[in-house]
Structure formats: structure tokens, C-alpha cells
Design a protein around this ligand. Sequence first.
Ligand code: CAO
Length: 416
Amino acid sequence: MSKPLEGIKIIDFTHVQAGPACTQLLAWFGADVIKVERPGSGDVTRTQLRDIPDADALYFTMLNSNKRSLTLDTKTQEGKEVLEKLVRESDVLVENFAPGALDRMGFTWERLNELNPKLIVASVKGFSDGHHYEDLKVYENVAQCAGGAASTTGFWDGPPTVSAAALGDSNTGMHLAIGILTALIGRGQTGRGQKVAVSMQDSVINLCRVKLRDQQRLDRVGYLEEYPQYPHGEFSDVVPRGGNAGGGGQPGWVLKCKGWENDPNAYIYFTIQGHAWEPICRALGKPEWISDPNYATAQARQPHIFDIFKTIEEWLADKTKYEAVDILRKFDIPCAPVLSMKEIADDPSLRASGTIVEVPHKERGSYLTVGSPIKFSGLKPEITGSPLLGEHTEEILAELGYSKDQIGKLHSAKAI
Ligand code: CAO
């Protein structure tokens, strides 16, 4: 099966998570992604949080599948020359170094554009160009705090809380991938490359859109009716942390199921969608609530919402999370079990769909990773293991026209 991005050559100058997540996605869809790494050490994640001595860590293998690895010291004159050759032959260069690092290496946008006017140069930074924090180095949780996610996540009586979901890293990488694909289509129209820049702060803010919605509602009316603070608690002038409340117009909460005393994940998420109220009452054995004016409308229910959740928990007390969902799905109630990573790893549906895949690796044997969350009718992304450090150096240099002798000289100069 041919892949849509086949023929697109990408210089992958990325490290850690935000950049690698972007280029990995493009590699799944057929791009030739050449990961350029410092000789001897490579991407720092190769050695971070290792679970097998001397083998690439899962942090690396799970973000760098389907790529080739080229070791190159781009601070040596010989290394710079190799990179220049590669730039002339590539479609995209992706990087997520600290601000200014690429310029210090001698590869400014102007220089790259001069070497190859068709090249798309895509960057992740912590903050956008011109921002008063533009010089900062940024990791995941820094971005979640600067992007409004932390101030609005967690419980009202606890501190700002970060999410386990990589809103700052992988999410930014996904934004960058959209930018690159857009620039590739743009290049088809103009024949020219361009700079594509995504900041981690902006990408988090983009996902916190509904919280900016809430800030404006709060400014106007002084309360937020879907938050647990309404109607009994106090609102200040900033969007509060709402615990597990549903963020849209449908109230919801995480509710205990059978076994919660010993299993930290024996819970379901339960959503009270307006049209499902009647079936919910029937399922709970509370038919009198259907016409009770204190419960009949969403507005009437809001002051009693935690009493309602308590009643639902009493109903759930003798049901496992799976049994509960199997009953509630028949009533068209939006709900799901709270799944642990262990349950996700073993889930047969996720295995069958290719979302959780086991891939071979030269050092590790095999490992589990997350496959493409995007499903196509005409493409089935095949996930391959991540490359060893420098595994493809000679192959890539030969493709660039280097002879064995010249490759030997690059070795002697410690450029590869
Ligand atoms: N050959 C020679 N030098 C290389 C090289 C290569 N192949 N690859 C990288 N380098 C050099 C860089 O040029 C840089 O050198 P200078 O500091 O002398 O200019 C140096 O290695 C280190 O790069 P860095 O500053 O990007 O790395 P760091 O570990 O200090 O910082 C990070 C890491 C992530 C904080 C920083 O890169 C950053 O803020 N990136 C932008 C935001 C981002 O993507 N963060 C998400 C990371 S995922 O959690």
C-alpha cells in the first residue's frame, strides 16, 4: 500500500517529546524521517528512565518509531557540510532546540532558505517569538502552567494541578504536524517553503479554549452554573478549579463503583445528559424524580447535583465499573469505566484497532507503544521499531553521495 507522505524527506532535528511526537506521526504516514543525533549520546531520552540496562529507554522507543537515525556533530565543519547537503535534498526540517540554538549552529532561517528555498522549517519553542518569555527553556509542566491548564485543573481546595496527558509536549507536536502539512500544501501552490512555528504555551491555550469561554462568562454574570461551586459556594473573579465536573453543558462526575475501597480505579465517569434524565431515573429506581419539579429540568437539578450523584453511587455500590457501564449503555447514558494503563495495555479492542501495538526492537525484543490514533480507509499505518543510535548513518551518507573513503574521513574527524 503506498503511503500519502512517501517521497517527503524530513530532517528530524528534534529531541525529548514535543518534536519527536510530530515527526513520528509524519513517519507513520510515509515520510522518510531522518533523526539527526549527536554522536555518542543521541537524544537524551535514549538513556532517561531506562528499564533495561544499556538498551534504549521506552521514552525514546515510543516516540521515534518508523524513523532512521543519522549521527552527526553539526558543530564541526564537516558535520555542517553534511547537514547542508541534506538540507538541499529535504522537504522539511523540524527542530525543538532551546531558543537560538539553531542560529548558534549557523543554520538561521535565512541560511536554510538560501540553501533550499523550498524547505519548510518547523519549530517548537516554549513561548512564541516576541513573547516576554521567549528566551525560556520549557518542559511539559511549565507549558501546562503557562497555558492555563494548571490553574483550572484539580480541586478547589488543592493547588493548581498538571494533567498526565502531554498537553505541552505531544499536543504541541500534533499542532506542528498540522502546520507542516499545511505548509506542504502551500508549497504546492507557491513553490516556496516557509517557517512554521508553534509554541507550547499557545498549544495548551488552544486546548483550554473553553476555560477562556468561562472567564468571559464569569466576568459578565459572576458565576458558572456547571461548576461544583454553584450555587452554594463562592466565586472569585477567576475561573476556579472544578474537580471532575463536566466542562460543557452536561453535568458529570467520577463515581465510586464496587471495590473502590481497594482498587484506585473502580470508578466510572457518569454524565447526566438532559434527554437521558428519564431513563436515568428508571435505571436508578427513582421514577418519582421524572416529574418532581425539583429534578425535572437541568436547572432545577443543579442545586441537588451532588445528592443525585450520591444516589447514583448507592446504586453503583454492588456493581463493578464494567457491569455498571453495561447497564447504563442500554439507557444511552454517556459514561465509561476509569481505565488504568494496565487495562489499556491489555484491551483487546485497542489491540485490534492498532491503537496499542507491540513492535520489535533490536535491543529490547519487543515493546508496546501507541499506534496511530488516526484511522484511514486507504492507509493502515504500520508501526516499526525505533532506530538504534546511528543505525542508518552510512546508508544515509551513501544516499547523499558519500564514498566509503569520505565516510571514513568523517569518522576520523568525529563528525559522525
Ligand atoms: N550536533 C552538535 N550539537 C548539537 C546537536 C548535534 N547533532 N544536537 C543538538 N546540539 C546542541 C545544540 O546546538 C545546543 O547547543 P548550544 O546550547 O551550544 O547552542 C545543545 O546541543 C543543547 O540543546 P538544547 O539547549 O535544546 O538542550 P537542553 O537539554 O539544554 O534543553 C529543552 C532541552 C527541551 C528544555 C530545550 O531544547 C527547549 O526549551 N526546547 C524548546 C521547547 C521544547 O521543545 N520543549 C519540549 C521538550 S519535551 O518535554
